[in-house]
Design a protein around this ligand. Structure first.
Ligand code: LFR
Length: 487
C-alpha cells in the first residue's frame, strides 16, 4: 500500500492543534494545519475546561485539514483523567472540571475510607494523584447533575462522541481513572461496585486502532470532509501516544515524556502492583498493545511555564531564549526543590510558591528569573534521575539509555542536565512524539505500519534526534540529590 494522510487532534494543557501526518512504510511527516488556545475558565464553582471552544477549534482544524487533501482518518488524544457526564439523551451535563481544580482533596479521603489505598492499588495499580477520576467523581456526587447522569466519557471520548455519535472508552485513557483493573485490562466491576458507582456509566472499551465511527453528517458538511470519514481510536491518552512514538531501537529503554508534566518511566509487559511500588507512587497505566506504562508524574515544565506566566503578568518579562541563557549562567545548585510538592499543582504565582518551598527547606530564594529557571531545570533533572532509578529498581531492570520526548526535548539544558545527573546517554526528540504516536496508530489501522518495534524504528529513521552524553562531575548532582532526600 502507498502512503496516506491522517489527521491528529492533539489537545494539550494550553493549546490544541490539528496536525496532518503523511505516513507510510518509509515516511512520517507532520504538518500543523491549525492551532488554537485552550483557556480554562474559572466559574463560581471551580475551574472548567472550555470544551465548546476546543470542539470548535477541532472543527475548524479539520476544515483546514480537508482543504489540504484527502484525509484517511481522524484520531484524538488529550490529557487524561478529566471527563464529562452525559444524561439519558446523550447531552453533556455541565462543563468538565479541570484536574487542577482544588475540589478533590476531601473527596479523595472519602474514597479511601471506603476502599483503602492498598486495595485501590492492588486492582488499579494507579499512582495516587488527588485528581484521579475516581476522586473527581466522588467530589461530583453531591451535585444536582449526578442524578441525571447515565454515561461518563473521558475528554477524547467525549469529543469523539460529538464527531461521530459513537459511545466508547479508549483503553489507555480508561486506565487513568482508578476504576480500571490493571491486570485484567478491563473496567473493574469490583471497584465500581464498591464505590457505589453505576457500571452502566462506563462504556465498552476500545483498543487503539479500533474504529470509533464515522463523521456525523453535519460535521462532514461543516468540515468539508467526506461523510464516511472514519474516526479511529488512537492511544487517546497523550502520554500513551508519546510513549508509542519513543524512537527506541533497543529493548529496555527508559523514557521521559516531557511537557507540562514529566512522565518518567519504563514500558513493561505486566503491571508491578507491589507494596513498594505503591509506596513509591508508581503508576501502571495502559500502553499500546497491552503494554504497561510504568511511570510516575513529575510536575514538569508546568513549573517553568507558570513562572513565565507570572512574570509576564508583571510586564517586561524576558523571552524564553533569554531566560535559558541566564539560567545557564546562574550559579549551579544554588537552590533545589522537590517538584512533587502539591503546593505547585494549582495555577497561580509560581515564583512565590518556589520561595516558600525554599524557605521551608532552609534555602535561599533566587534573586532573579535566571536563578528560578536554573532551580526548576536542575530540580527536574534530579527528579528524572530519582524516578527512573526507582522505576528500574522496582521493576527489576537496568537503565542503559533515556529517551526524552515531547516539547521539553527542545530544552537543551534539561536534556544535558538529565544526562549529567543520571550518568546515562539521553536521546532527545521527537518533540512531536504525541502527534506522531497518534498518526502511527491510525496508519497501522489502515495497514501502513507494523508492531510497536517497527513503529519506533520508523520514528528513529525519519525524525530528527539529538544525543547527549553525560558530562561534568556527577558528585555535584549526588550532593544536590542528598539535599532533597537527606539521610
Ligand atoms: C500529560 C497528562 C499526564 C496526566 C496529566 C493529567 O499531558 O496526560 O499523563 O497524568 O496529563 O491528565
Amino acid at each position: 500500500q502507498s502512503d496516506a494522510t491522517f489527521a491528529a487532534v492533539d489537545l494539550g494543557a494550553t493549546s490544541g492543534r490539528v496536525i496532518t501526518g503523511l505516513a507510510g512504510p518509509e515516511r512520517l511527516t507532520l504538518t500543523e494545519v491549525h492551532r488554537f488556545a485552550n483557556t480554562p475558565v474559572r466559574l463560581p464553582d471551580g475551574l472548567r475546561w472550555d470544551v465548546l471552544a476546543l470542539y470548535q477549534g477541532i472543527l475548524d482544524g479539520l476544515r483546514s485539514a480537508a482543504r489540504s487533501g484527502p484525509i484517511a482518518s481522524i484520531g484524538i488524544d488529550t490529557w487524561a483523567v478529566d471527563y464529562g457526564l452525559l444524561d439519558a439523551d446523550g447531552a453533556l451535563l455541565g462543563l468538565p472540571f479541570h484536574y487542577r481544580d482544588s475540589r478533590n482533596g476531601r473527596a479523595a479521603e472519602q474514597v479511601l475510607a471506603v476502599c483503602g489505598a492498598q486495595e485501590l492499588y492492588a486492582v488499579g495499580g494507579l499512582q495516587h494523584l488527588p485528581f484521579n477520576t475516581v476522586f473527581q467523581l466522588a467530589a461530583h456526587r453531591t451535585s444536582a447533575q449526578w442524578g441525571s447522569a447515565r454515561t461518563m466519557l473521558l475528554i477524547p471520548d467525549l469529543l469523539t462522541n460529538w464527531l461521530t455519535g459513537s459511545v466508547g472508552a479508549e483503553i489507555t485513557n480508561a486506565s487513568t481513572t482508578g476504576l480500571f483493573d490493571a491486570s485484567a485490562g478491563a473496567w473493574s466491576d469490583e471497584l465500581i461496585g464498591r464505590l457505589g458507582l453505576e457500571r452502566s456509566w462506563f462504556p465498552p472499551l476500545r483498543e487503539p486502532g479500533e474504529s470509533a465511527g464515522t463523521l456525523l453528517p453535519h460535521v462532514a458538511e461543516y468540515t468539508g470532509l467526506p461523510a464516511g470519514t472514519p474516526v479511529t481510536a488512537v492511544a487517546s491518552h497523550d502520554t500513551a501516544s508519546a510513549v508509542a512514538a519513543v524512537p527506541a531501537t533497543e529493548p529496555g529503554f527508559a523514557y521521559v515524556s516531557c511537557g507540562t508534566w514529566s512522565l518518567a518511566g519504563l514500558e513493561l509487559a505486566a503491571p508491578v502492583l507491589t507494596e513498594e511500588s505503591r509506596a513509591a507512587n508508581f503508576t501502571n497505566e495502559r500502553g499500546v498493545d497491552g503494554t504497561v506504562r510504568y511511570l510516575r508524574n513529575i510536575m514538569g515544565m508546568w513549573l517553568l511555564e507558570e513562572c513565565r506566566r507570572t512574570w509576564g503578568l508583571r510586564g517586561d518579562a524576558p523571552g524564553l531564549a533569554e531566560l535559558l541563557a541566564s539560567a545557564a549562567r546562574a550559579r549551579p545548585f544554588a537552590a533545589v526543590i522537590d517538584p512533587d510538592d502539591e503546593a505547585f499543582l494549582a495555577p497561580g504565582d509560581m515564583p512565590s510558591r518556589i520561595d516558600a518551598h525554599l524557605v521551608r527547606t532552609g534555602q535561599v530564594p533566587p534573586d532573579g528569573p535566571g536563578g528560578y529557571v536554573r532551580c526548576v531545570l536542575e530540580s527536574l533533572a534530579l527528579a528524572h534521575r530519582r524516578t527512573l532509578r526507582q522505576a528500574a529498581a522496582l521493576a527489576g531492570r537496568e537503565l542503559s539509555r533515556i529517551h526524552l520526548v515531547g516539547g521539553g526535548s527542545r530544552n537543551e539544558l534539561l536534556c544535558q542536565w538529565t544526562a549529567d545527573a543520571t550518568g546515562l546517554p539521553v536521546t532527545a526528540g521527537p518533540a512531536e512524539a504525541t502527534a506522531l504516536g497518534n498518526i502511527l496508530l491510525q496508519a497501522r489501522a489502515h495497514g501502513l505500519a507494523g508492531d510497536l518495534v517497527s513503529m519506533r524504528q520508523l520514528v528513529a529513521r525519519t525524525q530528527e534526534l539529538r544525543h547527549y552524553t553525560p558530562q561534568g562531575d556527577r558528585r555535584a548532582w549526588d550532593g544536590a540529590a542528598a539535599r532533597l532526600a537527606p539521610g
